[in-house]
Design a protein around this ligand. Sequence first.
Ligand SMILES: C[S@@+](CC[C@H](N)C(=O)[O-])C[C@H]1O[C@@H](n2cnc3c(N)ncnc32)[C@H](O)[C@@H]1O
Length: 288
Amino acid sequence: MTMDVNDNPNAAQSENWNGDNGIRWVASADERDRILAPVADALFAAVALTAGSRILDVGCGCGVTSLRAAELVGANGSVTGIDISEPMLGVARARATAAGISNVTFVKADAQTYAFAPDSSDVVISRFGTMFFADLIAAFTNIRGALAPGGRLALATWQPLIANDWLMVPGAVLLNHTTMPEQPANAPGMFAQSNPDLVQGVLDAARYTDVTLTDARVTFTVGATVDDAVGYLGEAGPGRLLLETIPEGPARDAAIADVRAELAHHLTPAGVQLDGGIWLITARRAAR
Ligand SMILES: C[S@@+](CC[C@H](N)C(=O)[O-])C[C@H]1O[C@@H](n2cnc3c(N)ncnc32)[C@H](O)[C@@H]1O
């Protein structure tokens, strides 16, 4: 049997998140969750979950936000984490078991096409889990179907590269050694929901109401030491993309040495700190 793009519109992302990318995220799950903790804090402050609510965590990955939501909604509430990455869900399930959290369920499925039980969630949350859909309007329409009338959506997405010093600072150094590889415009990926007009248009088209985008600045501690920071930034998104264009050996070593020297300027007693910009996006399914 052959499968075409209509059966599996996010096949390439599925391969990526079940392959190299998923394996990288699993390997650094605790470190990433520590570095991205300020984003989770901002998202949970914005969404203010209440006891007894039913939560859907889209693109839940290794589950840290699902587990936090499960604790916040308590025994009378519930959380479903949905993700396409089996290795990342493996970490999520193991974490739930280790923490003795039983009001959370993890589902391996594509949130763009999964047949959610209608009206089954009071709040949809996502930290960086909605930026990889082939068809944004189809995906957000499908997710709206899981929300009860009046239910809420709360997402954290990245602002554009230029608003993210934690990427711009090492990136500018690397661009002295290489050039930026061609990136298709508006492709699924880290910055796919960085343009507020695009986000507003997508959520309007998917029939959400009360859409707001709040500009939030966060400080990332990208490593306890300069070496930790170099290691993390060399593995994360654009840093890895740029580094991979520089041949291994003396050329790459020289580029990394320059990044190390630059990051040393950002070393504080709390570690290497750089700022970033995220959007906190909230919306609702209209009440009936
Ligand atoms: C940047 S990671 C964020 C993971 C997690 N929310 C966190 O904050 O650590 C993006 C996640 O979205 C998931 N994902 C990508 N496309 C998806 C889709 N179509 N349906 C469900 N999950 C998807 C990936 O497998 C990955 O776990």
